[in-house]
Design a protein around this ligand. Structure first.
Ligand SMILES: [Zn+2]
Length: 371
């Protein structure tokens, strides 16, 4: 591993006057054209769709056809071994005397409409069912071309041939495969999904972060998991940050039902997929539930003074550190906080949330590590 540490001061190089704000999500399933259109209508500008069955990149969107996953996949597991070559299902069926008529004859129609002008996208997928963990560990690989898992129908038909669903190797090996297949070396990475829904012990999250600095962080707001009252993970986040580890916090939708809640507002100098992936890597983004109704004008940290401002007043701002809520700002638009040198260890980190009751928007800034 030859990679820089996770960025401990994520907004240090952000020029808040000039920066472009791009709306994306590290964890969003998009199984059909209607969901795709809905995301576009609701403001998605940078897509990293995270599908599974198979867990393969839905990318580029123009080149995905209805039957693709039934016909071929880029890599696969057989007898619990990763095989990094294309599996042609029709060929495999023919070679093994299986009834090929169970498979589609061609790729079918294009699955998604043309994206709008300027739309950006990068690969991603959601991987799960690792051999050394329970089924609840779900991992997104933002910017990675890795394919695991399998189409459910194909897996059913091929059960006796050593194929199975999921990613049946230890999670560390799977993480390495994801990271090996990042499309750019300095962008993207791994997210640990819905830690509360998954009931992940803090120690396990720390082990995953320690495995590689390109394991970026955890989901702190997962809208779909919220339906079972387990979508929020701020206390887990603070517990991890209190160990001194940088850990970015992601707001995501997961499966879309109606309203898209859970976004990343990426802060980029240019509107390119590479710049967006680098923003994820460097923590140059903040989380937002709605993506409208409140934004950060700036977040500054000079090593002693924290200063942030929202674009509207009347908000509840909360500044968290190792001590819990270090300071709150009620009916306000600004947060000012000074950390004396002798208090740095006491606070450990600073991270801000802002909530606007009038619009329902809540923002989650990335943590600034103080040591
Ligand atoms: Zn998911």
């Amino acid at each position: 591993m030859n990679t820089a540490e996770r960025n401990r001061n994520p907004y240090a190089n952000v020029d808040w006057q000039k920066v472009h704000r791009v709306q994306g999500s590290t964890h969003a399933h998009c199984q059909n054209a209607d969901i795709f259109k809905s995301y576009i209508e609701q403001g998605m500008e940078f897509a990293t769709f995270s599908n599974y069955y198979p867990s393969t990149p839905t990318w580029p969107i123009r080149e995905i056809y209805e039957n693709d996953s039934r016909l071929k996949q880029a890599s696969y597991f057989r007898n619990r071994k990763f095989v990094d070559e294309e599996l042609d299902f029709r060929k495999f069926f023919a070679e093994h005397g299986l009834d090929v008529s169970q498979l589609p004859t061609d790729r079918g129609e294009r699955k998604y409409p043309d994206p709008p002008e300027g739309f950006m996208e990068a690969p991603n997928a959601e991987h799960a069912w690792f051999s050394d963990y329970n089924v609840y560990l779900h991992i997104c690989s933002v910017g990675s071309m890795l394919t695991t898992n399998m189409d459910k129908k194909n897996a059913g038909l091929l059960k006796e041939y050593g194929f199975e669903l999921g990613c049946p190797i230890p999670w560390r090996e799977a993480f390495d495969l994801m990271l090996d297949k990042l499309i750019i070396p300095d962008g993207g990475g791994i997210t640990i999904n819905h830690p509360n829904w998954s009931h992940l012990p803090t120690k396990d999250i720390c082990d995953m972060l320690d495995h590689d600095p390109r394991v970026l962080g955890i989901e702190v707001f997962s809208n779909d998991a919220d339906e079972s009252y387990s979508g929020q993970a701020e206390p887990v986040w603070d517990a991890v940050l209190s160990t001194g580890r940088q850990c970015f916090g992601f707001c995501v939708q997961d499966h879309l039902h109606n309203q898209w809640k859970g976004r990343s507002i990426l802060l980029v100098d240019e509107r390119t997929p590479e710049a967006c992936l680098r923003a994820y890597r460097e923590g140059r983004f903040y989380g937002a539930v709605l993506g409208k109704g409140l934004s950060f004008d700036f977040i500054h940290w000079d090593g002693e003074n924290f200063h942030a401002r929202c674009d509207r007043g009347g908000c509840l701002l909360q500044l968290m550190s190792k001590v819990g809520v270090a300071e709150e700002y009620f009916k306000s638009s600004e947060a000012h906080f000074t950390v004396k040198p002798e208090d740095r260890a006491k606070h450990g980190f600073l991270r801000l949330t802002a909530f606007c009751e009038a619009t329902g928007e809540k923002l989650y800034a990335q943590p600034i590590m103080l040591d």
